[in-house]
Design a protein around this ligand. Structure first.
Ligand code: HEM
Length: 127
């Protein structure tokens, strides 16, 4: 059968809307806002590039920034279990906002849970 590439299934337009909806929530989240830059436009641009390749689209993040090394790139920021949960809540809300549903949504969300937990580099008590 036809190979199913998640990036093709979501489409560039919805992916872009998802990332914008996500960072609007991050900017308003008391646990996340303090560790993110005030201007999230460059962060959102990089995240659109990253998620494009994470979902099997063209490797546009690596073409501009090199290997993602996501864990290392997050080391400068205190990522507690509570912040990982907050990140995932922002993403879940953004998914609802842009109308993602069904198996596609579940599969992507479950992948992001694993990636988010992998980013944790500090315990909640140090927050
Ligand atoms: C960058 C926080 C999880 C992908 C960042 C930045 C922060 C951050 C503070 C720097 C923003 C900037 O300076 O522009 C968090 C927190 C997470 C989390 C609190 C909770 C677990 C994730 C996950 C992914 C991800 C799960 C991937 C799906 C990225 C990417 C960048 C980034 C691609 C840009 C890296 C670059 O500078 O090239 N994150 N992040 N993050 N994050 Fe996360």
């Amino acid at each position: 059968g036809k190979p199913i590439i998640p990036y093709e299934e979501i489409g560039a337009e919805t992916l872009s809307q998802l990332v914008d909806a996500f960072y609007a929530r991050v900017a308003a989240h008391p646990k996340l806002q303090p560790i993110f830059p005030d201007d999230l436009s460059e962060t959102a641009r990089k995240q659109k590039q990253f998620l494009t390749q994470y979902l099997g689209g063209p490797n546009i993040y690596s073409a501009e920034h090199g290997h993602p090394r996501l864990k290392a790139r997050h080391n400068p920021f205190p990522i507690t279990p509570a912040r990982a949960q907050a990140w995932l809540e922002c993403m879940s809300g953004a998914m609802d906002e842009v109308g993602l549903s069904g198996t596609f949504r579940e599969t992507l969300y479950n992948r992001l849970v694993l990636t988010a937990h992998h980013m944790i580099n500090e315990s909640d008590s140090e927050e």
